[in-house]
Design a protein around this ligand. Structure first.
Ligand code: SF4
Length: 480
């Protein structure tokens, strides 16, 4: 019984996640001292692909900074080069192999160079085999599930430098394990990325992500809120919550907490800051979430909601679990409750077997929604996915024509939107100097690029800008 005589409330909590151990950092630091003496070695880290990868890259940099590395943009002068790879598109993979091949020459001139590869591509067995066989100068491979082992693995490679060369491969398949407290070295001081979950359970037929990143697991809400609170207190003004499908956040937590609940808790953190999130799956976005965006000033009124196709048949083949009408119902609801809401989206053109008529259904949907911007991709078959085995009679030239046609449609929609902004006053978070002397650039809550005349000291601040001109990729205005 509680003091008021009622039944005590049952409180559920989520068991704490394992904490990152700094033992590997210390061991790697000792190895660095033995190898490089008083000189701080240089690392060059490059992340390909999505923001999740960029966020992982920030953790790698965080661990390296604690080990004692400085960073360089010039890979040729680096003691350690790490490419954090992306498996989502074939083009990115081919580019990666080209870039890794180029490192052979640098290593010939600098035999002490350590080369590491990590990220989604390294979770794929055929890729591991290819690297093992054809790229003997690569010293270290680690997959997305082994990020927390990086310091120990690096230490082992460095130890090998003093005797026989050691190659370390740590890319086994496995469950996603959340490790809290990993060091992070963020790329900026105004905008921060905060992963709230890892993996994906959706198995869209074209997508390799569930095969390489594993099943969904969510961070505890208290850990996410604590990280965001720390960032806001450190002066960050824009927080982007990351997950492959943020709308299904909360699966497996002992304490019930869905994505809207998490956002509501984040919005209660004191301070003047914006919150964004990506990526949303249309099947899981709820009216509860849209109502929250309508109420909460800290939540940007911009939603990235990838539709992929406007054809019901293609959506079924993609295994997306929504149809055109269901998608448009959510868009209509959001437009009704959130004043000025904008949408962006991803679209795949040339999915196997897509007809011209089905493509035109996508064009029609794009016009109906009126997206602020689109990421348009030509279908790229990924090994191991269902779509890779589908018959694909559409010629590449046809796909390219559709791609250009959709780009043109979107360009016209974007221009009309920009023209409509002239005369409005926008709240803008200033990124920094623009291309012209005396010019500053920033973005509004919808991601619109805004340029204006202003002092460099405005970087990282919110300002009001009255829009006077629509340009091709930005709008221009004057400080109010
Ligand atoms: S929701 Fe679909 S497209 Fe997005 S990561 Fe998961 S499987 Fe891939």
């Amino acid at each position: 019984m509680d003091k008021l005589g009622g039944t005590p409330l049952k409180t559920q909590t989520n068991p704490p996640s394992p904490r990152f151990s700094s033992a590997g950092i210390e061991a790697a630091r000792q190895q660095c001292l033995a190898l490089y003496g008083a000189r701080r070695p240089l690392a060059h880290i490059h992340s390909y692909g999505c923001q999740q990868n960029v966020s992982d890259g920030e953790k790698i940099k965080g661990m390296l900074a604690e080990i004692g590395y400085d960073f360089t943009e010039r890979r040729e002068e680096a003691d350690l080069v790490i490419y954090n790879t992306c498996a989502v598109r074939e083009h990115a993979e081919q580019k990666l192999y080209g870039n890794v091949g180029a490192l052979k020459g640098y290593k010939a001139k600098n035999p002490g160079m350590v080369i590491g590869l990590c990220g989604c591509m390294m979770q794929q067995k055929p890729v591991q085999e290819r690297i093992r066989r054809s790229y003997p100068f690569v010293d270290l491979i680690f997959g997305t599930h082994a990020l927390q082992n990086f310091p120990q693995n690096l230490c082992e490679v460095l130890r090998g430098r003093q005797g026989s060369p050691a190659r370390v491969f740590d890319a086994e398949e496995g469950e996603n394990v959340i490790v809290e407290g990993m060091p992070v070295r963020r790329d900026g001081s105004v905008k921060a990325w905060v992963p709230i979950m890892y993996g994906c359970d959706n198995f869209c037929s074209y997508c390799v992500v569930p095969l390489v990143r594993g099943r969904e697991v969510s961070r505890r809400p208290e850990d996410v809120v604590a990280e965001v609170r720390g960032l806001v207190e450190a002066g960050y003004k824009e927080i982007t919550l990351l997950g492959q499908n943020v709308n299904s956040y909360g699966k497996g937590l002992d304490e019930p907490c869905d994505f809207a609940d998490l956002l509501a808790r984040i919005c209660r953190i004191p301070g003047d800051f914006w919150v964004r999130f990506m990526t949303s799956h249309p099947k899981d976005i709820t009216h509860k979430l849209l109502d929250l965006i309508a109420r909460e000033e800290k939540l940007c009124s911009h939603i990235h909601l990838p539709v992929q196709s406007g054809s019901d048949r293609v959506l079924r083949e993609m295994n997306r679990h929504y149809d055109r009408a269901g998608y448009l119902e959510k868009i209509a609801y959001a437009k009704a409750v959130i004043p000025g809401v904008t949408f962006t989206s991803d679209i795949i053109v040339g999915f196997p077997g897509e007809s011209e008529e089905e493509f035109l259904q996508t064009v029609d949907l794009v016009r109906e929604v009126g997206y602020a911007s689109l990421f348009i991709f030509i279908f790229s078959p990924r090994p191991g996915t269902r779509a890779a085995g589908m018959e694909d009679p559409v010629p590449a030239a046809e796909k390219s024509r559709w791609f250009a046609q959709l780009q043109e449609v979107q360009r016209a929609i974007g221009s009309a939107r920009f023209a409509g902004l002239v005369g409005q006053t926008l709240r803008v978070l200033v990124d920094g100097p623009g291309k012209q002397p005396g010019q500053m650039t920033g973005r509004d809550e919808h991601g619109t690029v805004v340029v204006f005349a202003g002092e460099e000291g405005l970087g990282g601040q919110f300002v009001q800008v009255k829009i006077t001109e629509a340009q091709n990729w930005a709008v221009a205005g004057e400080l109010v």
